[in-house]
Write a protein that binds this ligand. Structure first.
Ligand SMILES: [Zn+2]
Length: 423
């Protein structure tokens, strides 16, 4: 995939998200979108080379000389922002979970569905049976759909294989799909998603397998940058999660965790490991919010899961933001609890149910998502030197992105300098 020189001109609102201070965004800085009006962006070799007023860009001596080779895109007053960085997805699965969907509608809760053989375990069967080629094709289709909603960088977790061969197969599918997609994929090993059925009531034996066999095998093949664990009631205990974090660290993985989705787990023992992100955080106490605020660990909210599970409770984003925690937003794209890959939908839920402003939601889904994946040096803002990842929305005002919920107004996505028009 080769990128051509691109000039985006006549942008109505360019949300640059440029840094006014080093480090991830907190508090009032979440609302600073660095908006330029009547702007242009020039991209060369997959990188952003200049950002400014359209009239200045057109005077650029390089551009004047080389205008013929440049593809010009007239944005006609539309909104352009950094491509979304979706820092929490589970895209390697074989089938939708329609039984869970119907059971939940008729009143069963998350744990009752799991008890009845639904939940994560039912996706395990599908992934174990699927070939790597099938998983790769499904994942590639999902990545293309994500791009059509404005996402240019995505974290992708394994975690529906849960035996050595199926976890390696899932991560290899991620690698194979990533090579065929112009965007950026950050792979995460989530062998500790749940205890698979063959280890029922022997969770310690499974944790040992994850730590002693799976992690070294994944590390040796360089298949994942992060390791993740689902620490909650019905999944792994805090003690087991700590063992998994220790092993992950020894195997050279950066860390992230699912925590506080169903019940409260103290965060302090995890913060000692300096995880890149702790995700969900529906249940958390005030002291832990203060501890998070004192760290660089990102709190990633995934309101799509609260919405789809029909919960009335959402994470208390205002408490986190007021305390100075770095917050990000992800889709949690997965077949059980959040079958959406639309970041604008997650943003809309963050606005309506978590009382985040449109600007805060945009920052959380771009530059702070990049911090959550530790790729903020290259992604998440429109600044010279960064990767050419941009989304053009057929809207006049950025606040319309979360306002028009469930409607896709993304018209064009540029992924590492490669323009993909919406089909
Ligand atoms: Zn998740």
């Amino acid at each position: 995939m080769k990128s051509k020189p691109l000039l985006l001109a006549n942008i109505g609102q360019l949300l640059t998200l440029r840094a006014s201070a080093p480090g991830p965004r907190r508090g009032a800085a979440l609302s600073d979108l660095g908006i330029l009006e009547d702007a242009s962006v020039l991209c060369l070799g997959g990188k952003i080379v200049s950002v400014g007023k359209t009239k200045d860009a057109l005077c650029d001596p390089w551009l004047k000389k080389n205008r013929r080779q440049v593809r010009e895109i007239d944005c006609s007053g539309r909104v352009v922002l950094p491509g979304f960085v979706d820092s929490h997805t589970h895209p390697v699965f074989a089938h939708p979970r329609l039984i869970d969907f119907e059971k939940r509608i008729s009143g069963a809760n998350y744990e009752e569905i799991a008890e009845a053989g639904g939940g994560i375990r039912s996706s395990i069967v599908g992934v174990r049976k699927a070939t790597k080629a099938v998983l790769t094709q499904k994942l590639l289709a999902a990545l293309r759909d994500m791009a059509s909603y404005g996402t240019t960088a995505v974290e992708a977790k394994s975690g529906y294989g849960l035996d050595l061969a199926s976890e390696l197969k899932s991560l290899e599918a991620i690698r194979a799909a990533a090579r065929q997609w112009p965007g950026t994929v950050v792979p995460t090993f989530l062998g500790a998603h749940t205890v698979p059925p063959e280890y029922r009531r022997r969770s310690q034996a499974y944790v040992d397998l994850v730590c002693n066999e799976m992690m070294p095998a994944v590390a040796k093949r360089k298949l994942a940058r992060f390791a993740d664990v689902f620490c909650d009631r019905g999944a792994f205990s805090a003690q087991e999660a700590e063992q998994i974090f220790r092993a992950a660290e020894e195997n050279g993985f950066a860390l992230r965790a699912h925590i506080g989705q169903l019940s409260e787990t103290r965060l302090a023992p995890f913060l000692r490991f300096n995880p890149a992100s702790l995700d969900h955080l529906d249940y958390v106490n005030e002291a832990d919010v203060r501890a998070l605020a004192a760290s660089d660990t990102v709190a990633t909210f995934v309101p799509g899961a609260n919405y789809f599970l029909g919960l009335s409770r959402y994470p208390n984003a205002r408490q986190f933001i007021a305390a100075g925690v770095v917050v990000a937003l992800g889709t949690d794209y997965n077949p059980g609890s959040s079958p959406t890959l639309s970041v604008p939908m997650a943003m809309s839920l963050a606005c309506t149910h978590m009382k985040m402003s449109a600007a805060e939601a945009i920052t959380a889904a771009t530059i702070n998502g990049a911090w959550a994946l530790r790729i903020a040096d290259q992604k998440g803002s429109i600044e010279p030197g960064k990767d050419a990842d941009l989304a053009v929305f057929n809207l006049k005002d950025h606040r319309e992105i979360p306002y028009w919920f469930g409607v896709n107004h993304c018209q064009l996505t540029i992924l590492n300098g490669i323009a993909e028009e919406r089909p």
